[in-house]
Design a protein around this ligand. Structure first.
Ligand SMILES: C[S@@+](CC[C@H](N)C(=O)[O-])C[C@H]1O[C@@H](n2cnc3c(N)ncnc32)[C@H](O)[C@@H]1O
Length: 269
């Protein structure tokens, strides 16, 4: 039997590598037998694409459905995999970010999706508020359902719309920490994220992709990249890279990287 690339989200198995129909069915049958909790097998027929980071899926075996509930570190996430982005491979990164949050923080998540980062934080910090923006109406609707499902209505505040419109109108100079979990718009988002920090101080969790063949990502690469964003090259803004980790490889030489930036306002020096 062919070994195919796959991922399991809730009770749905997604085959991420196309092949002939017989091999697909054989693979699906074997997985369902081995893991009886799998109720549906789908084939991913496109990349994760577009601003909303969605993918095309085709039915292979089992129940004809694309909605499931994925459990992660005691939280439950209801998702329709044909309508929204969701990746269990970000689970460690979510816990790492949630563990770094301190009491009473005001947090802004520019790109919330169905809420996994915001809810992971809310379940660890009951005195935090996480303002959570999402542009995809379907993802926003699941965000609301997941807030209810995980009982974090007091901590996670959802907003439907474009973060690049909402943040300048509502959040300038108002938060302690910003989450930017969308590598696609990472350089564009960083200046507004910085402007939303209280007194220019706080933490930004910046996710980026970088073309590299290096096993270890160098801080110089990140510093040069920030220097090339006009907002940062034109202003003397002090920051420190406090964490730099490879989340995963997205292609043979495309690294998905988490960068934690700690900003300190000049008057605090
Ligand atoms: C890579 S997904 C990450 C979602 C979530 N943080 C997670 O880890 O599952 C990025 C999300 O940002 C949303 N998005 C893209 N551009 C946006 C924008 N300008 N404003 C608000 N949300 C946006 C997409 O619809 C998508 O749900």
């Amino acid at each position: 039997m062919k070994d195919l690339v796959f991922e399991i989200i809730g009770d749905i198995l997604i085959i991420r590598e196309d092949t002939d129909e017989i091999s697909l069915k054989e693979f699906a049958e074997e997985k369902i037998q081995k893991h009886p909790f799998i109720k549906s097998v789908l084939l991913q027929t496109s990349k994760i694409q577009g601003q909303e980071r969605k993918r095309d899926l085709k039915y292979v075996m089992g129940e004809k459905k694309s909605e499931t509930t994925h459990k992660e570190h005691g939280n439950s996430f209801l998702v329709d995999l044909s309508e929204v982005f969701f990746s269990p491979r970000l689970s460690y990164e979510r816990q790492r970010v949630a563990d770094s949050v301190e009491k009473n923080e005001i947090i802004l998540n520019f790109f919330s999706g169905v809420g996994p980062f915001s809810i992971a934080i809310a379940s660890k910090c009951k005195s935090c508020v996480i303002h959570s923006i999402e542009i995809n109406k379907a993802a926003y609707d699941y965000l609301i359902r997941n807030i209810e499902l995980n009982k974090c209505q007091h901590e996670v505040i959802p907003y439907l719309g474009d973060a690049f419109d909402i943040v300048p109108k509502m959040f300038i100079g108002s938060v302690n920490r910003v989450l930017l979990p969308l590598p696609l718009d990472s350089d564009k988002a960083l200046p507004i994220a910085h402007q939303s920090l209280q007194n220019g101080s706080g933490i930004i969790h910046w996710q980026i992709t970088e073309k590299t063949s290096l096993k270890k990502i160098d801080k110089n690469i990140i510093n040069n990249r920030i220097k090339n964003i006009p907002y940062f090259s034109n202003n003397s803004i002090n920051y420190e890279i406090t964490e730099l980790r490879l989340i995963r490889w997205l292609g043979p030489k495309i690294a998905h990287i988490a960068v934690d930036l700690s900003f300190i306002a000049r008057e605090h020096y």
